[in-house]
Design a protein around this ligand. Structure first.
Ligand code: GDP
Length: 307
């Protein structure tokens, strides 16, 4: 049986017309891959239609006629406890329904239920949660083996991961080539903190250490989300996985001059192997909620192995 494009991009539901996956977003415009129109489309989110329904998390039943009329948004996902109203807006990685308009703007009408989502939350609940990645099979929680190392942060990420839905968390310790004498103690500390909540793998993009463990998760049709501070080596790992064909693919994807290389962009990329990677913006670049202590501590030697 032939696998359609949307299925190659990880869709596991019934294959119907008008289903797309968001691979990048640019303001109100979204780049979708889909089975129609040559495999991709730019669709717009109608601003007024994306106000959360009254009552926030409730399921809203709207007839398809009403939907057509309003071009509006109807939330069919089962409410998830941690979801906040802004999570209703599509983000990279989302599967959406769109209404194709060959003569003008195509419109996204619905965000389909997310099988997984990773959100960071403000522990004091003063600020809204922010959804960083959706619809991944695996989330790589990345931390490098240098001053970025903080078992406390990994603990926090894993706590957030408890609510993420149907996906697996893997702690990826990067830059293993920087290992120094005495680091064993800290690696053991990390193992204790992580305990049975996730697998831990150590990698080095420079020596190739651990790459075979990474490849276990990077499979056709599967999506891996990378999360971690800026500078941990997310792009380097992505480039390593992508190999030589990558540069060419990137050029093709430069369909818009803006967005792609900005620090806050989050793109879904298909690797030559058929696996997908969602690269989230570096946590510090966009201000980690509840992370201000660590922003201050960055670069201070005393912080290195602080728990
Ligand atoms: P990102 O911000 O998470 O995407 O991080 P980058 O991939 O841009 O990497 C940040 C810096 O770390 C760069 O200078 C990389 O060359 C370096 N780096 C990445 N991977 C490794 C590694 O395995 N070992 C060492 N020593 N440095 C690395």
């Amino acid at each position: 049986m032939q696998v359609t494009r949307i299925e190659q991009f990880g869709w596991r539901g019934a294959v119907e017309p008008g289903i797309g996956r968001v691979v990048s977003s640019h303001g109100d415009y979204y780049h979708l891959v889909c089975n129609e129109t040559g495999g991709e489309i730019i669709a717009r989110k109608k601003k007024s239609a994306w106000k959360p329904p009254a009552g926030g998390d409730k399921r809203v039943a709207v007839s398809s006629a009403a939907l057509r009329e309003t071009g509006g948004f109807v939330r069919t996902a089962r409410p998830v406890r941690s979801e906040t109203p802004e999570a209703l807006s599509p983000i990279t990685g989302d599967f959406v329904r769109f209404r194709y308009n060959p003569h003008g703007e195509s419109l996204i009408t619905e965000v389909l239920p997310r099988r997984s989502h990773f959100e960071r939350k403000d522990p004091t609940a003063k600020r809204k949660a922010q959804t960083l990645a959706v619809n991944f099979d695996t989330i790589f929680i990345m931390m490098s083996l240098n001053e970025d190392f903080s078992t406390a942060r990994i603990d926090r990420y894993l706590t957030l991961a408890e609510d993420m839905g149907d996906a697996e968390a893997v702690v990826v310790v990067t830059k293993a080539d920087l290992r120094q004498d005495g680091d064993e103690e800290f690696i053991n500390d990390l193992a204790e903190t992580v305990d049975a909540r996730a697998k831990i793998i150590s990698i080095s993009a420079f020596t190739g250490e651990g790459m075979e463990s990474v490849l276990e998760y990077v499979k056709p049709g599967r999506t891996v989300a990378f999360i971690g501070s800026s500078g941990v080596g997310k792009s380097t790992l992505l480039n390593t996985l992508a190999g030589e064909e990558w540069a060419a693919t990137q050029e093709i994807q430069e369909w818009s001059g803006k967005g792609r290389h900005t620090t806050t962009s989050r793109d879904l990329s298909m690797l030559p192997s058929g696996a997908m990677v969602i690269d989230t913006p570096g946590i510090r670049e966009i201000g980690m909620i509840g992370e201000t202590d660590e922003v201050r501590a960055k670069g201070s030697a005393s912080h290195r192995w602080r728990k």
